[in-house]
Design a protein around this ligand. Structure first.
Ligand SMILES: [Zn+2]
Length: 89
């Protein structure tokens, strides 16, 4: 849990940290995009967590980037889905 203590001291740094690029549209994904604050403050006890970031960028239609993020806020894996459906009531 040393890493979490470390990251709590650097929230602003993490918001600006370049996490990855979307492999489909090349959008840069920063810490703020994956809400690092919320991840750090959540009671996740199994890392990596998966985070779904839906976006459209560079004239690419909306798609979902699924990121597997470890407790250092580093990406351990990622995949893209073009098939998204939100059900809203
Ligand atoms: Zn993208």
């Amino acid at each position: 849990m040393v890493n979490i203590t470390f990251t709590q001291k650097l929230p602003e740094f993490l918001n600006k940290k370049l996490i990855t690029f979307c492999p489909t549209c090349r959008k840069p994904i920063y810490g703020a995009d994956i809400e690092v604050q919320r991840l750090i403050n959540s009671d996740v006890n199994r890392w990596p967590v998966n985070f779904v970031h839906c976006h459209s960028y560079n004239q690419f239609p909306k798609h979902a980037l699924i990121l597997y993020i470890d407790s250092n806020m580093s990406v351990r894996g990622q995949e893209v889905s073009d098939f998204i459906k939100f059900e809203e009531k």
